[in-house]
Design a protein around this ligand. Sequence first.
Ligand SMILES: NC(=O)c1ccc[n+]([C@@H]2O[C@H](COP(=O)([O-])OP(=O)(O)OC[C@H]3O[C@@H](n4cnc5c(N)ncnc54)[C@H](OP(=O)(O)O)[C@@H]3O)[C@@H](O)[C@H]2O)c1
Length: 268
Amino acid sequence: MEEITIKKNKVPAIGLGTWLLSGDECVKCVEHALGLGYRHIDTAQIYENEKQIGKAIKKSSVSRGEIFLVDKISTSNFSYDDAIKSTEESLDNFQTDYVDLLLMHWPNNSVPLEETLDAMNELKESGKAKNIGLSNFPPSLMLKAAEKIKIFCNQIEYHPYLSQDTLIRQSKRMKYIITAYCPIAKGRVLKDGNIREIADRYEKSPVQITLRWLFQQGVATIPKSADFDHMKENIEIFDFELSRDDMKIISSLEMDLHLDPVSYLASD
Ligand SMILES: NC(=O)c1ccc[n+]([C@@H]2O[C@H](COP(=O)([O-])OP(=O)(O)OC[C@H]3O[C@@H](n4cnc5c(N)ncnc54)[C@H](OP(=O)(O)O)[C@@H]3O)[C@@H](O)[C@H]2O)c1
């Protein structure tokens, strides 16, 4: 699996999104994805599938050290004590000693940002989170967070119908990684005439074209799939390259479309 690298920060370029994966289906999907070569799994406390992901990792033939496991603290756990306690509970659920990346799920001013960031620093120092970062954070709050923590990543909604130019420019300046969620716009790219036309020319699927467009911008992505064929297709994007013109055509599809209710928080 290719990686996205900024300075010493590294993450497998494609991860498996697991929102709405639950029960045995979640265990099967994560185990299958690991067998296919996925080495990056994205979840969150509110997805309520940490136990299933832990079980899948144990069942798989891939060692824990090879997997980049991402978790997000729920906004209801943003107080110092709750952030620590809930992360320890998450680790129990996963049956692991650490997550590779721990994020604040989205900004919420019911608890001062500094308080949650102090807890995240403590979790990093104790080795329970190898790296820490944010999700759905606008540029101004990224600057504020950078005063307290070494930011690994901002996970944000990003796909051809939503420009994230400001945050991408900032990520290059501040040297943090952008991870795109809803990267294929929840499947909308499949019906897009422009993307289909490009896909036909490269003999790839519209989803592969879209994931490649993100990869070529140095952005990590976490498409969700419960379909084994789709999972395989989604990591087969490293054997072709989109031309500059085709990259531009895809970028021009931007229409400020937010598919996730919290994603608008990421703009100032
Ligand atoms: N940080 C946050 O606030 C936040 C918010 C939303 C999401 N996320 C994370 O981002 C992940 C991805 O976002 P998402 O699940 O909302 O949207 P998405 O990945 O853009 O789209 C998922 C949809 O696309 C379909 N799909 C996947 N691969 C396909 C393929 N090759 N061909 C056809 N259809 C395909 C899936 O169906 P099948 O299952 O049938 O393949 C599913 O219906 C989530 O699972 C979650 O981990 C984070």
